[in-house]
Design a binder for this molecule. Structure first.
Ligand SMILES: *Cc1c(COP(=O)(O)O)cnc(C)c1O
Length: 412
């Protein structure tokens, strides 16, 4: 076997790219600007070429030519796409549907859960959870006169299951947390936390926005009750593509969602006088779905499934591990503090650093064609997408960050 280059040399990154079994997937994306290093796929994922072709067909042939006749095969697209998302998240068919956005789905599922636990007055979430999650629960608590109990998690190390155990009690109706923290990338223990919540008799709602497509979730195996997630991050379905929601089969009969629309009606086209909810996961939809968006979800999910969950997680861990290693050598000595768990098994697909000039740094990196993301307070995120990010991208981005902090010229 040939000797590898020293780890800090660009040649080492080139060797990692050459040995990467998923390297070929990058060509399946419309990443046409060779000067761009895009490390923000956990904010908006890249455009798959298959999606371009598919949307052209949906627009020209299905909408343009066939018009309303296309509803024949459009009508079950949200559940078909949902089943593919289920393959990515460990959910058997019939438990996930693509609908609305994450925020609206959080509202629907939280209300459904609270109605299923009458008499219990507490919702628990994490003070560091994504804003929409916290705001939706704050709003529901205000509307219903409930208590919103906030866990104070370490913003870099993430959630500790012991904190959940200490917070739940017989008054807890619902606990909702993010599987991967949006700022730090810390990965929560889905099985352990869900078990703690169930032991208190409460329902568990997981937000999978930053895991789907990078970290496999095992919704069924972990006995999760409810889940939501968006599709425009690692799932690459594009801006405004619909989100998904998961309701475990065992709960679909008893739960009732609060937005009663005609798409969740049992016999939609009977146009009946009173609401009679459909059986199954369709009960959790509302009105006309975005067909363009749902088609893009189907294409994005197909590509990820083609790569395979094991290889996706393996590459994601190699990418973040390599970045952390370069960061140890180049960024930490310059005043950057790793703001992501150092243990690869405890993080998702992005790596965050804390630096007093994080905001200016992301701006200067962007000016050099390297797109990362700033997050409060004083943090910048490198989002590494297993289908599109190259090890050489990681090398270039960390070297450029080092040089910008040192005040030197950026590498190319
Ligand atoms: C991106 C993200 C959302 C986005 O919600 P939308 O309603 O789809 O805009 C919600 N929760 C988390 C944890 C996220 O990372």
């Amino acid at each position: 076997m040939r000797n590898m280059s020293p780890v800090l040399e660009r040649g080492y990154a080139e060797e990692l790219d050459a040995a990467d079994p998923l390297a070929g997937f990058r060509d399946q994306f419309a990443l046409d600007d060779p000067g761009l290093i895009y490390l923000n796929g956990n904010s908006l994922g890249a455009l798959p070429r298959a999606t371009l072709r598919r949307l052209e067909t949906v627009i020209r042939a299905e909408w343009g030519t066939a018009l309303a006749r296309s509803w024949d095969h459009w009508v079950d697209l949200p559940t078909r796409a949902g089943d593919l998302v289920g393959e990515l998240t460990g959910a058997a068919p019939g438990q996930i549907v693509v609908a609305d956005n994450t925020t609206v789905n959080l509202y629907k599922l939280a209300c459904a859960a609270l109605d299923a636990r009458p008499g219990r007055r507490v919702i628990i979430t994490d003070r560091d959870n994504f804003p929409s999650d916290r705001y939706v629960f704050e709003g529901i608590a205000a509307q219903r006169g409930l208590e919103l109990r906030m866990l104070d998690t370490d913003i870099d190390e993430g959630l500790d299951a012991g904190q959940v155990r200490a917070a739940v009690d017989e008054d807890t109706a619902l606990v909702s947390l993010s599987h991967v923290a949006y700022r730090s990338g810390a990965l929560a223990d889905m099985a352990g936390v869900t078990e703690i919540v169930h032991a208190a008799g409460a329902l568990m709602l997981w937000d999978l926005c930053h895991s789907v497509g990078a970290v496999p979730a095992e919704l069924d195996r972990c006995d999760v009750d409810l889940g939501v997630g968006c599709t425009y991050k690692y799932l690459n379905a594009g801006p405004g593509a619909p989100a998904f929601l998961y309701v475990a089969s065992r709960l679909q009969e008893t739960l009732r969602q609060p937005v009663w629309g005609w798409f969740s009606q049992r016999d939609q086209f009977a146009m009946g006088p009173a609401y009679d909810p459909a059986a199954g996961i369709a009960k959790f939809t509302t009105g006309t779905p975005s067909i363009l968006g749902a088609a893009a979800v189907e294409e994005g999910a197909r590509l990820l499934l083609e790569a395979g969950l094991g290889p996706l997680r393996a590459k994601s861990m190699r990418l973040t591990g390599y970045l952390v290693e370069l960061g140890e050598a180049w960024l930490e000595p310059l005043g950057c503090a790793l703001a992501t768990p150092r243990d690869g098994a405890r993080r998702g697909g992005h790596v965050t650093y804390c630096h007093p000039e994080a905001k200016q740094l992301t701006g200067r990196l962007a000016a050099a064609g390297i797109v990362t993301d700033y997050r409060t307070p004083d943090r910048f995120r490198f989002g590494l997408s297993p289908l599109t990010t190259r090890f050489t991208d990681v090398w270039t981005a960390v070297a450029a960050t080092r040089d910008l902090i040192k005040g030197g010229e950026s590498h190319d």
